[in-house]
Design a binder for this molecule. Structure first.
Ligand code: HEM
Length: 236
């Protein structure tokens, strides 16, 4: 068997696809943590910080597109593997539960349904978010927002974010999506360790607490920005 055939064979097994969900999930978690940390520069003393940062990220287009390709592949792999597992889970569900196994099976099914629903809303959010702040097609006026930092003319990302979140409906949608991201990560981050076989009785509490803390920090970190805009923290 060639290496490629071995990989394809592994992906056909449910363990193989669980590994895909776990590893791509880790890539996506790393991205959201870094993205949140970068976004918190909104609170720096001057708007220059986040504008300089956004400018730097886009200054090498080869690196930017390589990074986007990795991110896109991770998202596609995560969705494909997770949906195929969820479908299999449903098909395999017996009509009559054995009394002993009933509770845990119901629990597993509920978790997987919740993950599919929260994941779908998060995907919808990401598509909207890309149209909003990256492609800037939701409000074309963002394109012409410019500022000068260190003698260089660049996009005024700080102003775009403040303008974007000054619409309560848009801010509300972001906060709702961050809430679903919280639920998705609280369950998902802990499951990664189970899939990779790192979870045992002693570690279990630490992993659950860690997933909880990660989900809370991300929720508060991301939501703080639309909330600050709605509270009038920055003047337009
Ligand atoms: C309040 C929360 C958030 C704010 C203020 C925010 C801000 C931004 C901004 C300003 C950009 C565009 C940067 C630029 O083109 O100059 C961006 C891009 C992006 N954001 Fe967010 N973001 C938030 C939450 C999220 C979340 C929760 C996710 C993922 C679940 C996410 C995923 C992305 C992605 C994938 C990009 C495109 C990166 C690229 O250009 O390759 N963002 N975000």
């Amino acid at each position: 068997m060639t290496g490629n055939q071995e990989i394809l064979g592994f992906l056909k097994t449910s363990i193989g696809r669980k590994w895909v969900v776990a590893l791509t999930g880790l890539i996506l978690i790393a991205f959201v943590v870094v993205h949140m940390a970068g976004n918190l520069q909104m609170f720096a003393p001057t708007a220059d910080a986040i504008n300089r940062y956004a400018y730097l990220l886009k200054s090498n287009s080869l690196l930017l597109w390589a990074f986007r390709l990795v991110l896109l592949t991770a998202v596609a792999g995560h969705i494909w593997a997770a949906l195929s597992l969820a479908r299999e889970n449903r098909v395999a569900k017996p009509v009559d539960y054995a009394v002993r196994g009933r509770k845990s099976r119901l629990h597993v099914t509920l978790a997987s349904v919740t993950m599919v629903i929260s994941g779908t809303v998060i995907l919808g959010f990401v598509i909207f978010h890309l149209l909003h702040f990256t492609a800037q097609v939701v409000d074309r006026s963002y394109v012409s927002l410019e500022t000068v930092v260190d003698g260089k003319t660049m996009h005024d990302v700080h102003r775009m974010v403040v303008q974007g979140f000054s619409k309560p409906l848009i801010s509300g949608f972001y906060i709702l999506a961050m809430g679903l991201l919280f639920f998705h990560l609280r369950h998902g981050a802990a499951s990664v360790f189970q899939t990779l076989g790192i979870r045992d009785r002693n570690l279990s509490k630490v992993i659950d607490a860690g997933s909880w803390i990660l989900a809370v920090v991300l929720f508060l970190g991301f939501s703080s920005i639309p909330v600050a805009v709605l509270l009038g923290f920055w003047k337009l």
